[in-house]
Design a protein around this ligand. Structure first.
Ligand code: HEC
Length: 169
C-alpha cells in the first residue's frame, strides 16, 4: 500500500466518522423532543384529572341550600351573595371542558344551570318571594335534569326542609 492510498483511506474514515457523529446528534435531539412532548402530554392529562366535578357539585349544593334559606327569610343581600358564588362555580365547570358518560357537562352547565341562576338573580332584584320560590324549584329540576342525562339520576336534589346551618339567614 502506498502513502497516497493510505491517506485516501484515512480521509474516507474521517468523513464517515464525522457523518456518524452528526447522525447520532440528530437522533439524541429526536429522543429528547419525544421525551419532552410525552412529558407535556402527561402534564395535560394530570391537569384534566385534577378538576374534580364532584367537588364543584358539593359547593353548588351547599350554596343552593343557603340560597334557599336566604330567600325564605327575604334576606336578598345574602341571596345575591350565594347566587354569585353559584355563578362562579358554574363558570368554572363551563371553562373546564368536562365530559361525563359521553355528555358534555360544561355545555349542559351553560344551557341548564346558568340561565336559572340568572333568572333567580332577577327575582332577588325584584324582592319577590313567590317568584323566587318558583324559580328555585325550576332550578332544582334542572340540577336533577342534568344528573339524569349524565346517567347520575340516582343523585336527586330536594328542596331543603330544615336548616342545620349555624348561620343567620
Ligand atoms: C350540567 C350538569 C349538571 C348540573 C346542571 C348539575 N349537576 Fe350535580 N352532578 C353532575 C354530575 C355529572 C355529577 C357526578 C359527578 C362525578 O361523577 O364525580 C354530579 C354530582 C352531584 C352531587 C354528588 C356529589 C356530592 O357532593 O354528594 C351533588 C350533591 C350534586 N351534583 C348537586 C347538584 C346541585 C345542587 C345542582 C344544581 C344547583 C347540580 N348538581 C347541577 C352534573 C350536574
Amino acid at each position: 500500500m502506498n502513502q497516497k492510498s493510505l491517506i485516501g483511506i484515512i480521509g474516507i474514515l474521517l468523513t464517515l466518522s464525522i457523518f456518524m457523529s452528526f447522525y447520532s446528534m440528530i437522533k439524541i435531539q429526536d429522543l429528547e423532543n419525544r421525551f419532552t412532548s410525552n412529558f407535556k402530554e402527561s402534564k395535560d392529562e394530570e391537569k384534566h384529572e385534577e378538576f374534580e366535578l364532584a367537588e364543584k357539585m358539593m359547593y353548588l349544593q351547599r350554596y343552593s341550600e343557603k340560597l334557599f334559606f336566604s330567600g325564605k327569610q327575604k334576606n336578598w343581600e345574602l341571596a345575591e351573595f350565594y347566587l354569585e358564588e353559584m355563578e362562579e362555580t358554574a363558570e368554572k365547570v363551563i371553562k373546564a371542558n368536562q365530559f361525563e358518560q359521553g355528555v358534555n357537562i360544561s355545555a349542559q352547565m351553560k344551557e341548564m344551570l346558568l340561565p336559572k341562576i340568572q333568572e333567580l338573580q332577577e327575582k332577588v332584584k325584584q324582592k319577590n318571594p313567590q317568584e323566587f320560590e318558583k324559580s328555585y324549584k325550576a332550578m332544582l329540576m334542572n340540577c336533577n335534569g342534568c344528573h339524569m342525562i349524565s346517567k347520575h339520576g340516582f343523585i336527586k336534589i330536594l328542596e331543603p326542609k330544615q336548616n342545620n346551618y349555624f348561620q343567620e339567614f
